[in-house]
Design a protein around this ligand. Structure first.
Ligand SMILES: [Zn+2]
Length: 318
């Protein structure tokens, strides 16, 4: 059987959510998010500087986003919908906790009522009590502002928490492929080749259709800054789950003449065999040598013509 005759397949997550992930969600993520919400509220109430609100919401978002991503990783979650749900639930738990404790902390900070773990504190967490406390704030003003402007402040605050959670979550979330037969995450990325080719080469389309063998058909790039890095994620326990990625980078200049480095994903999660990976490693070495010879040729040619012209004129001028 020739691998080249088969259309390559690409990794797609199975959508599985193990029971362990639900347990982690309930036993770890929600309680920790709840505790973070309490700390957040304490920070905002007891150190009421406007700047701190931003730092606090940034900090809370960072904690929630990385917690949610970690729980999904540990729980071997292969469902994008579940990861989104986990992050959303973390924000909800923290935000609810912050509002639930707000009246207690507010009274402690402004009226000197000591914070005691009692029935009044617990009652603050009832949704009806939270709603009532919100209305009191809107009517009497919290921190100098009341009414609709105060609601605006709350919305901006919630938006900031959501924004920072999302940013951290997307950065911390690891989209590496999962090896279903071995029930484990793949390792990597491990670089297998760094090719002097362009990410914009139309021959990449052929690679997507025919598999890694078609990488041989790519043109060597004339631009020394253009490279495409091939890397793999692989299962350390078996040879069934090896996935190839390709990302290209190059310096591009815009109409204003400003150059910037742009990275483009060329291939993601293409299923390959360990043998194909070895072939790619060999190809990389081969291309590198060819490319070195090619670029060594041109300066040599210049050197060869340069002195020759000089000696000619030097010989004819006297
Ligand atoms: Zn495996």
């Amino acid at each position: 059987m020739s691998a080249a005759s088969l259309r390559p397949s690409f990794y797609s997550p199975s959508g599985a959510v193990p029971v362990a992930a639900w347990i982690l969600l309930a036993a770890v993520l929600v309680p920790l998010a709840f505790a973070s919400g309490l700390v957040y509220c304490a920070a905002v109430v007891f150190i009421p500087a406007v700047k701190l609100r931003w730092i606090a919401s940034l900090g809370l978002g960072w904690v929630l986003g990385s917690l949610a991503a970690r729980v999904c990783r540990l729980g071997k979650v292969r469902s994008a919908l579940f990861t989104l749900f986990a992050a959303g639930l973390a924000v909800a738990a923290a935000y609810y906790a912050a509002w639930g404790i707000h009246r207690t902390f507010h009274q402690a900070a402004h009226l000197g009522v000591p914070v005691r773990f009692n029935a009044a504190l617990l009652r603050g967490f009832l949704p009806t009590e939270i709603a009532r406390w919100m209305l009191v704030q809107i009517r009497n003003g919290g921190g100098g502002i009341g009414g609709f402007p105060l609601v605006g402040v709350w919305l901006v605050e919630l938006g900031a928490i959501l924004y920072f959670t999302r940013t951290t979550f997307l950065a911390a979330r690891d989209e590496r492929p999962f090896c279903e037969p071995c029930d484990r995450w793949t390792i990597g990325p491990e670089e297998v080749a760094n090719l002097p080719v362009s990410a914009a080469d139309p021959a990449w389309e052929r690679v997507k259709e025919l598999g890694p063998e078609a990488i041989r058909k790519l043109q060597l790039s004339n631009d020394v800054h253009e490279r495409v890095v091939l890397s793999v994620h692989r299962c350390p326990d078996c040879e069934r789950s090896t996935y190839l990625n390709a990302a290209g980078g190059g310096w591009h200049s815009d109409e204003n003449g400003e150059t910037s480095y742009q990275e483009t994903t060329v291939l993601q999660g293409m299923a390959v065999t360990p043998r194909q990976v070895e072939e790619l490693r060999a190809l990389s070495t081969e291309l590198e040598e060819a490319y070195r010879e090619l670029s060594a040729d041109s300066p040599e040619a210049d050197e060869a013509t340069g002195p020759a012209v000089y000696s000619d004129s030097a010989a004819s001028s006297p």
